[in-house]
Design a protein around this ligand. Structure first.
Ligand code: HEM
Length: 475
C-alpha cells in the first residue's frame, strides 16, 4: 500500500497494488497526476486477468468518466465569449458560481461510456444498429474497400522510376482511419486528403486539452479556450452541415423518393431516423466524439502494430510469408496484437457503488476506485502462460478466455465495435483489410527494426508508434 499525500501533506489517497507486479513507480506518479485519479480514498490497481473480468462484469461497479465522481476534476467557468477560466475551490472546498467540470464541458457527460442502467442500455441498443451485420456489410462495400484502395493508390502513384514509394506509415494509417471513421459517424467533407487532415487537426486541438487525460498542470486557460473553440468550429464546419444532409435524405426516404437501401448506415442517419435515446441536441453532438475518438487512434495503432509484429514474425518464421493473404491468419495477428499492445488508455477505471466482495475474495467499499491495468491483465502468466509477453501466433488460450484478453473491455461497457473491428460472419473487419492491402503492396521497413520499435517484451507500457518509415512497391 502506498499512502498518497495532498498538497497540505496529509495522507489522503491509499494505493493498492500487487507487490509481485513490478510496476514502474513513474507510472503511478503519472497516474496520480491524471484527472482520472481520485484525490482521496482507496485506489486499487488490478493486474490479474480473472479479477479484472470480475470487476467488469460486476454490477457493484460503474464507470466514472466525465462524472467527476471518484476522480480529480478540474473546474472551470465558461464565459459568454466561450473563453475558459479556471475555477478552483476556495479553502473550504466551495466552488465559484457557474463552475463546471472541464472533462464534462469538452466531452459531454451523457455519452455511452458515462451512462448507467436503463439509459445506458437504451443508448447501446440504439447504437447497436451501427455495428450490426447489415451496417457492417454496407460499411465494408461502400466505405472500407474504396477508402483503402483510394489511399493506397494515391501513395503508389508517387512511386519513382524504380516503382518504390517511401512513406511514414503513421500519418498514412491515421488519415485512412479519419476517413473511415468519418463515414461511420456520417461526417462529409473528408474525402480528400486535405479535408481529412483539417478534421484531424480540429480533433487534435480538442485533444490537446482533453479533460480526461491531461493533468491540471498541463492545462492553460488559453489551451482550454482553443480546445473549446475547435469543438465549436467542428460543429459548424462538419457536424451541422452533415446532419442537415441526413435529415433531408431521411425526409426524401419518408416521402418515398428514396429506397431504404439508398440511405447511408452511419450514426447521423440513425439519429435522423429517430433513434429514441437522444433527448437533447447536445446529446447527439456529444456522442459523436467517443465514436470518432474511440475509433481513429485505436484502429490506427492496431494497423501499425499488427504490421510491425507481422514483419518481425515473418523474419523469424519465413515459412509463414505464404499465409499473408489468409484472412484467418491476419485475424489471429490482430487479436494477438490487441492483447499485447492495448491501443487505448492503459487502464480501465471503475468505481464501487456499494460494498462488494469479488469471487476472488477481494473486498471493496462503496466509493473505492479500481484501475484494471491492461498491460498486466492481458499478459497475466497464469492465463497466457510463461511467454505471455511475446507475440505468438501459435498461442492457445484457456476456454472462456478471449485471445485478445481484456483489450475490448468486458461486461456491459464492452466495446460495441468489437465485431466491426475484428470482423464477423465472413465479413472482415476494419483493420485486417488495411493490413492485407499494405502487405499486398509489398510493405517492408525502410530502416533497421531498432529505429522503429522496441520489442513488446521489454516494456508493456510501450507508447504508440510515432514514426514507421516504410517502403511500398508499385507492381
Ligand atoms: C482496436 C480497436 C478498438 C479497441 C481496442 C477498443 C477498446 C475499447 C475498450 C477497452 C472499451 C471499454 C472501456 C471501458 O469499459 O471503460 C471500449 C468502449 C467503447 N468503444 Fe471501443 N475500441 C476499439 C474500436 C472502437 C471503434 C471502431 C468504435 C466506434 C466506432 C469504438 C467505440 C467505443 C464506444 C462507444 C465505447 C463505450 C461503450 C460503453 O460504454 O458501453 N471503439 N472500446
Amino acid at each position: 500500500m502506498t499512502p498518497g499525500r495532498s498538497a497540505s501533506g496529509a495522507p489522503d489517497l491509499v494505493i493498492d497494488i500487487d507487490p509481485e507486479y513490478d510496476l514502474d513507480p513513474g507510472f503511478i506518479d503519472e497516474w496520480r497526476r491524471s484527472p482520472m485519479c481520485p484525490r482521496s480514498g482507496h485506489l486499487t490497481f488490478i493486474t490479474g486477468y480473472h479479477e479484472g473480468s470480475q470487476v467488469l462484469r460486476s454490477r457493484s461497479f460503474r464507470t466514472n468518466r466525465f462524472t467527476a465522481e471518484g476522480t480529480n476534476p478540474v473546474y472551470v467557468v465558461v464565459g459568454d465569449d466561450r473563453s475558459v477560466r479556471f475555477a478552483d475551490p476556495d479553502a473550504d472546498g466551495n466552488l465559484p458560481a457557474g463552475a463546471v467540470d472541464w472533462a464534462t464541458v469538452i466531452a459531454g457527460g451523457d455519452t455511452l461510456s458515462s451512462l448507467h442502467g436503463e439509459p445506458h442500455r437504451q443508448r447501446r441498443r440504439a447504437l447497436s444498429a451501427l455495428f450490426g451485420r447489415n451496417s457492417h456489410q454496407w460499411y465494408r462495400e461502400t466505405v472500407i474497400d474504396p477508402v483503402i484502395r483510394r489511399n493506397l493508390q494515391a501513395a503508389l502513384d508517387t512511386a519513382g522510376a524504380d516503382g518504390v514509394v517511401r512513406l511514414d506509415l503513421v500519418p498514412f494509417a491515421h488519415r485512412l482511419f479519419v476517413q473511415l471513421t468519418a463515414k461511420l459517424v456520417g461526417l462529409d467533407g473528408v474525402e480528400t486528403a486535405e479535408g481529412a487532415d483539417d478534421l484531424a487537426e480540429l480533433f487534435e486541438r480538442m485533444h490537446a486539452s482533453a479533460g480526461l487525460t491531461v493533468p491540471r498542470e498541463g492545462l492553460t486557460e488559453k489551451g482550454m479556450t482553443d480546445s473549446l473553440w475547435a469543438r465549436d468550429e467542428f460543429k459548424e464546419r462538419y457536424f451541422d452541415p452533415s446532419r442537415a444532409v441526413r435529415a433531408e435524405l431521411v425526409a426524401r426516404y419518408e416521402r418515398g423518393e428514396l429506397a431504404e437501401a439508398e440511405l447511408p448506415r452511419d450514426y447521423l442517419t440513425l439519429v435522423a431516423r429517430g433513434a429514441d435515446t437522444f433527448d437533447t441536441e447536445a446529446s447527439v453532438f456529444n456522442q459523436t466524439f467517443p465514436l470518432f475518438n474511440g475509433s481513429t487512434g485505436t484502429s490506427t495503432s492496431m494497423v501499425l502494430h499488427t504490421l510491425d509484429n507481422l514483419l518481425t514474425w515473418f523474419e523469424q518464421h519465413p515459412g509463414d510469408r505464404a499465409r499473408q493473404n489468409d484472412p484467418e491468419f491476419l485475424q489471429r495477428a490482430l487479436r494477438e496484437t490487441i492483447r499485447l499492445q492495448n491501443p487505448g488508455l492503459p487502464a480501465i477505471t471503475r468505481m464501487a457503488i456499494e460494498d462488494v466482495e469479488l469471487p476472488s475474495g477481494r473486498r471493496f467499499a462503496a466509493g473505492d476506485v479500481v484501475n484494471l491495468l491492461l498491460p498486466a491483465t492481458n499478459r497475466d502468466p497464469s492465463v497466457f502462460a510463461e511467454k505471455a509477453d511475446e507475440f505468438d501466433l501459435g498461442r492457445t488460450v484457456p476456454s472462456g478466455v478471449h485471445d485478445y484478453a481484456l483489450g475490448f473491455g468486458g461486461g456491459v461497457h464492452m466495446c460495441p465495435a468489437t465485431p466491426l473491428v475484428l470482423g464477423e460472419g465472413g465479413i472482415s473487419g476494419t483493420v485486417v483489410p488495411a493490413v492485407a492491402a499494405l502487405l499486398e503492396a509489398g510493405i517492408e521497413r525502410d530502416r533497421p527494426e531498432g529505429d522503429v520499435r522496441r520489442p513488446a517484451a521489454t516494456d508493456p507500457f510501450e507508447p504508440p508508434l510515432a514514426v514507421f518509415p516504410a517502403r511500398l512497391h508499385r507492381r
